[in-house]
Design a protein. Structure first.
Length: 476
């Protein structure tokens, strides 16, 4: 039996939270923007760019409030939730704009930021109202954790069956290692903690290996195994999938791991969903489509599964609280293919088409539930320029130290012109054998120009349009 993703108590908590939000919203309207995406999709960069562009009035011709002169300014405000760390905007910006620009590290814990936006509301033009204020709340978290949401509707037996089937289909030594270990234990016997630990460690190795670039698989939970946050070493993380055991008595290894799986859902996953996802007004789903394309059709199919599973948390059905959430709260979802600066602009529409193909099912559901959806290929921070060399369209940038292509290894100091390859006109090709032939390199962040006040300016691709879709209508 699939289980309900939230309990009644959760529902009451969510409703009370929404009520409290609404009560404070009477004074100053608050928009909670969910920046969602799997690990390395580009969430932290997206949020940093969003905050910086709004704080400094960046170059955003497609963001109507700014282009039309209605946007007055923004400032960082005290976040209402004292228990959550503050998003380290200043550090991230310093990393990007220092003398040796580098990308910020992978996110290890949840953090939050509130921006106060001031604008002339349109009714002001007619002489009725003065400047208005909107609070924009944004949360950043490790993308790994997102993988856990689908677990809420799975039992231990169901999850184990899925996980073992996937491991059985995997080619790497790590999967084989894990499967052998599973064969070697009798899960109906009383629990020995050493067995549980060995299984959990071997399963974690397998998860880690499947994330590496050559596989680029993303859909394998539990997310905290690789990004434990403050749960490192906790028993809630010492479990792993097991084949169905019919006569598993209390105290058996099977029963113990099943219990820990349920505890993981209760203690880790459900609160994350309840406190964060259940209270969003708008959502942007960031997808590193190019990395999957570069790794091949298996990675692309895996990415599609992961995205569909995650967004199925929004599936319709009377008993499903997610539907009520989406129809009551999230009225807009933007699907964004990130890092579009890795291909030439002539491929941007194709990149968007491939993204649309990947999120087609999820997007249909969201629309059915009443949300408006949009899609865009963007770069929150553009790391390359474009040019032509020997009659082909190229991108120009400095590959990160250690990046390699066709036998050349880059030192992180040398600028190169790269023919990135063309994306197929038919998005279905991306999912078929043979895949897409890309020349894919990671680039260092760009050297930044400064504005009249000396603040660094972040070059981007279509970031202004994304912003306009996500918050523009609230600034009228
Ligand atoms: N060229 C380019 N690279 C980008 C852009 N955004 C992100 N990246 C690259 O992608 C990496 C991951 O971006 P993050 O924003 O840290 O990703 P995240 O979603 O926060 O990842 P986790 O914190 O691990 O969940 C960065 O280190 C950059 O190398 C972009 O707009 N352009
Ligand atoms: Mg991050």
């Amino acid at each position: 039996m699939p289980q309900a993703p939230t309990t009644i108590t959760d529902e009451i908590g969510i409703a009370l939270g929404n009520l409290a939000d609404a009560a404070t919203g009477v004074l100053t309207p608050t928009l909670r923007l969910g920046v969602t995406g799997l690990s390395r999709a580009g969430k932290t960069i997206f949020i940093t760019a969003l905050v910086h562009n709004l704080l400094t009035g960046g170059r955003l011709p497609g963001f109507a409030p700014l282009a039309e002169g209605r946007f007055i300014g923004a400032r960082l405000a005290e976040s209402p939730e004292a228990g959550i760390a503050r998003f380290a905007y200043e550090q991230h910006l310093a990393a990007l704009s220092g003398s040796e620009p580098h990308w910020p590290e992978s996110t290890r814990r949840i953090s939050q930021l509130r921006l106060e936006l001031k604008f002339q509301s349109q009714s002001w033009w007619s002489g009725r109202a003065g400047p208005s204020v909107l609070n924009l709340d944004i949360v950043d978290y490790p993308g790994e954790w997102l993988l856990d949401l689908p677990l809420l509707s799975l039992s231990f037996a169901e999850w184990s069956a899925q996980a073992l089937a996937r491991a059985g289909g995997a080619t790497g030594a790590e999967a084989k290692n894990y499967l052998e270990l599973v064969q070697a234990v009798d899960a109906t016997q009383p629990t020995r903690e050493a067995d549980a630990e060995r299984l959990a460690a071997a399963f974690t190795d397998y998860l880690r290996a499947s994330r590496a670039d050559e596989h680029a698989l993303s859909a394998l939970p539990p997310g905290r195994f690789l990004m434990p946050g403050d749960l490192e070493g906790s028993p809630a993380l010492t479990f792993a999938p097991l084949p169905a055991a019919s006569a598993a008595a209390r105290g058996s290894l099977y029963a113990t791991l099943e219990h820990r799986f349920e505890a993981y859902k209760d203690v880790v996953v459900r609160p994350f969903f309840r406190d964060h996802f259940a209270r969003l007004d708008r959502q942007v789903l960031l997808v590193d489509t190019l990395r999957a394309l570069n790794a091949g059709p298996v990675a692309v199919a895996d990415l599609e599964t992961a995205l569909t599973d995650i967004l199925a948390c929004f599936r319709q059905g009377d008993s499903n609280p997610f539907l009520r959430l989406i129809s009551r709260r999230i009225d807009r979802i933007l699907f964004a293919a990130t890092k579009a600066d890795h291909v030439h602009h002539t491929s941007h529409d194709r990149l968007e088409a491939i993204l649309n193909r990947l999120v087609a099912r999820a997007s249909r559901r969201a629309k059915f539930a009443g949300a408006q959806t949009g899609s865009v290929a963007l770069a929150a921070i553009r790391a390359t320029r474009e040019g032509r060399a020997r009659d082909v369209d190229v991108i120009i940038g400095t590959p990160q130290a250690g990046e390699a292509l066709d036998g050349a290894v880059y030192d992180g100091k040398t600028e190169i012109a790269l023919f990135p390859g063309d994306l197929p006109a038919d998005p279905q090709k991306a999912l078929e054998a043979g895949g897409v032939d890309l020349n894919f390199l990671r680039f260092l962040p760009p050297r930044l120009d400064r504005n009249a006040e000396g603040a660094p300016m972040l070059p981007h691709i279509r970031f202004d349009r994304a912003l306009d879709f996500l918050i523009g209508d609230w600034l009228r």
